[in-house]
Design a protein around this ligand. Structure first.
Ligand code: OX2
Length: 796
């Protein structure tokens, strides 16, 4: 590693000279990546060595998704060389930005859950904590979204680049994982040992990725497993070609929606493959007696997707290591902890007992035994039938993974205060009553290094010039910005930064989507997965109402706004796909209407991804967080917007509440039903949308336009939207909240017109955002759950 721009340039030029195609940006990318890898790998080895010698407790974060985003730029940043590498390259005639864009983006996640895992990796390494990721090396990341006639179409994305990629194949650490077969009793060293016969084995090959901490020296590991054909014999009657095809499928692609239980055998295979390969490796490589495992290893399961870790660790401890049930259970129950990310019924994983039993016979036996013992324990408790049902792991031929996860973990956390409260008093009330000390809250956070420092260098330098650079290591120090909230010069500079970021985004939109937007207009963004509860529908219907009013009311000439959407719909989720088409249709109409386009523009950024998010957050004035209260567990986009000075327009849902707690209601625009009200309506089934529409002519008009088809250019079928709004009585309360939403928009718009006051709100948001750094989140996990010790980099 070098310490100056000049040394870097020398080294870089020398390497470039040896390449053939010196002029091409691709070659520059390749040379730069190779250099960064070398610097990283030295520290990586040292970190591993240090962990081994010091026998520190290690954390393993099990997640079916890691939405890392591009790695090169982030590593340069964390190695603290981004500045001079950028300058050095510039002097040599290369643009680092353009080089970074050449990196194929690993999209190994769907949304918040996967991105959270990535932020956690960054914070663990940056806080110099021994924590590693365990996941899957899907060949295809999340699909590429392409609009055709305004409809979403999906194309496969391959992100793996064997030559330049960051991963190292660790062939020597491969192991075989069994599926199917049957269990027969056996005897080994005088003890009973269940034997699996006629199984089908799949080889798990680890690829290790370095996770560079901001301090530069700590480099942790993200281990992603790839499925390959095993050399073991196939069970009788299994055709080889079929086996090869099924094996390739296991890590072929990411499931395109974490919240819809696709109920497929493949998903279950992926889950077990991840858990078994990771756990076998952890147990084998431990540096302590098995009985001490819980003191040396912590395993966090990211939602229930890796919940099979519980029976799998039991299997390893009992069947392979010869432990008795009680001792094994004690270890599992002090090693594994679980994070719940949702209360949406359809996202709570359930597997059919028969499927589990067929695919994983021994694991199913263990789950049955866990269930039997737990039922025995709760038998004495005075519970009614409903309560007993809520405590059952296996019930009516169905395995409830969340219940298994709670019973098998020593700590269970929700991801925002409101969400945890709902878990405790409603969704998991019975479990919480039984295990009163298990449940607790740890509010999510985001890596401020990626979402502020890296995504918004302009704002970062402004902050640093005002309050120094301590905030980079200690984001809570952003507090110091309060001193500038009334300083006109600072507020003007802040506004100038925002305009600069808006221009950059406007250029991007012009180049990629051929739409011209006005950087002086309000940039109002809703970027997240498309889902009923996130209510993109309410947003677009409100825009249509504004459009109608512009056409019908000559005195209504509102301040210009650019509405930005971004997000993908699960390919099988009809409703969400109809919403995408609807947004694109309204966008076409509005953007091409000579009168309306002076006031409104709508842009749907195609193929939303981490790298696109990095362009949108810094350029937004308004952060749309409008989910039906009680449905969004936390949200993390809300925090990224806040850090970049955008003002929240949202409901009292998820972490929005905590954002408002930080900034005060004067510095956010909050509207709509509360979680309590929503739950009350749901309980009483007393919400009836026609009652509302009846009294609101503008809503009546927009509903008529929607239902009669004039909003959908004749082609866009809206039967799923109709079904929700009309037949299902609007389960996400779109029509109930839309008028209050409109009022909140009005308040917001008049606030925007006083630009200094707006910038003041913006400063308050940035100043209060430090608490939403994932460094704080990880420190809480470490203190309350994992008990990790810091390994200072000066030791490395
Ligand atoms: C998401 C939640 O929907 C979101 O509210 C939360 O911020 C994020 O996880 C990180 O905690 N799949 N995605 C989520 O939950 C599930 C299940």
């Amino acid at each position: 590693m070098f310490s100056s721009k000049e040394r870097f340039k020398e080294n870089f030029v020398a390497r470039l000279e040896q390449r053939e195609d010196k002029e091409s940006l691709q070659t520059v990318y390749s040379v730069l990546t190779a250099m960064v890898k070398e610097w990283t790998y030295d520290d990586w080895e040292q970190t591993n060595q240090q962990y081994k010698e010091q026998k520190r407790k290690q954390l393993y974060y099990f997640s079916i998704e890691f939405l890392m985003g591009r790695i090169l730029g982030q590593n340069l940043m964390n190695l603290d060389v981004h500045g001079f590498v950028e300058e050095g390259l510039k002097e040599l005639g290369f643009d680092l930005h353009a080089i970074e864009e050449l990196e194929p983006e690993p999209g190994l996640g769907n949304g918040g859950l996967g991105r959270l895992a990535a932020c956690f990796m960054d914070s663990l390494a940056s806080l110099q904590l021994p924590g590693h990721g365990c996941g899957l090396r899907y060949k295809g990341g999340l699909f590429t979204q392409v609009f055709q006639d305004g409809f979403q179409t999906e194309q496969p994305t391959v992100w793996i680049d064997e030559k330049e990629g960051w991963g190292i194949r660790r062939e020597e650490l491969s192991l075989d994982i069994p599926f199917f077969g049957s269990i027969e009793p056996g005897i080994e060293s005088n003890r009973l040992k269940p034997v699996l016969k006629d199984a089908e084995w799949i080889k798990a090959v680890p690829y290790d990725y370095p996770i560079v901490g901001a301090a530069g020296k700590t480099v942790n590991t993200l281990r992603l497993w790839q499925a390959e054909v095993s050399s073991r014999p196939l069970p009788k009657g299994k055709p080889r070609t079929l086996y090869e095809q099924e094996t390739a499928e296991v890590t072929d692609r990411l499931y395109p929606d974490a919240s819809l239980d696709a109920g497929k055998i493949l998903r279950l295979k992926q889950q077990y493959f991840l858990c078994s390969a990771s756990l076998q490796t952890i147990v084998k490589n431990r540096d302590c007696p098995l009985s001490d495992l819980a003191r040396h290893v912590a395993i966090q399961i990211n939602d229930t997707h890796p919940a099979l870790a519980i029976p799998e660790l039991m299997r390893i401890l009992m069947d392979e290591e010869g432990m008795q049930w009680e001792e094994a259970w004690g270890i599992v129950n002090h090693t594994i902890s679980y994070t719940n990310h949702t209360i949406l019924e359809e996202a709570l994983e359930k597997w059919s007992s028969s499927l589990l039993e067929r695919l994983l016979p021994r694991i199913y036996m263990i789950i049955q035994e866990i269930d039997r013992r737990f039922k025995e324990k709760t038998q004495q408790e005075p519970l009614d039938e409903w309560q007993r049902k809520k405590l059952a792991i296996i019930e009516n031929g169905v395995v409830h993974m969340a219940t298994l996860a709670v019973v098998g973990s020593y700590k269970v956390n929700g991801v925002a205060k409101l969400h945890t409260e709902i878990l405790k008093v409603r969704e998991m009330k019975e479990l919480n009553d039984h295990f009163p000390h298990k449940f607790h809250n740890i509010t999510n956070g985001v890596a401020h290094r990626r979402w502020l420092l890296k995504a918004n260098p302009e704002l970062s330098s402004l902050i640093t010039s005002a309050v120094g650079d301590e905030w980079i290591r200690e984001p809570i120090k952003l507090h110091k910005l309060h001193r500038f909230s009334k300083d006109p010069a600072f507020l003007q500079d802040l506004q100038a930064v925002k305009i600069a970021k808006k221009r950059q985004l406007a250029d991007y939109i012009k180049t990629h989507q051929d739409i011209i937007v006005d950087p002086e207009s309000v940039f109002d963004a809703q970027i997240k997965r498309i889902h009923g509860y996130k209510r993109q529908l309410m947003n677009i219907l409100h825009i249509q109402m504004l459009y109608n009013r512009i056409l019908s009311d000559r005195s209504f000439r509102p301040y210009p706004r650019t509405f930005i959407f971004g997000g993908k719909a699960a390919p099988s989720y009809r409703y969400a796909k109809e919403v995408i088409k609807l947004i694109n249709t309204v966008a076409d109409q509005v953007n091409n209407d000579p009168l309306a386009k002076k006031h409104l523009h709508i842009v749907f950024i195609e193929d939303y991804s981490v790298s696109k998010a990095e362009k949108i957050f810094p350029a937004s004035d308004v952060s749309e967080q409008i989910s039906t209260a009680s449905k969004e567990a936390s949200g993390t986009g809300n925090m990224k917007f806040m850090m970049n000075g955008a003002i929240t327009l949202g409901t009292f849902d998820g972490a929005n509440l905590e954002i408002v707690e930080q900034v005060g209601e004067d510095n956010a625009f909050i509207f709509g039903l509360t979680a309590r009200q929503v739950m009350q309506f749901e309980k009483e089934q007393s919400y009836y949308p026609p009652d509302i529409i009846q009294h609101e002519p503008d809503l009546q008009l927009v509903m008529a336009q929607l239902l009669e088809g004039s909003l959908s250019d004749g082609e866009g079928n809206i039967s799923a939207i109709r079904n929700q709004l009309v037949d299902c009585n609007d389960p996400f309360f779109v029509l109930k909240d839309i008028q209050q939403y409109g009022k909140a928009h009005e308040r917001l718009l008049s606030a925007f017109e006083n630009s200094l006051a707006w910038q003041e709100m913006s400063v308050v948001n940035i100043a209060q955002s430090g608490i939403f750094s994932s460094d704080r989140t990880i420190q809480e996990y470490s203190d309350e759950v994992w008990q990790l010790g810091r390994v200072p980099s000066n030791l490395l």
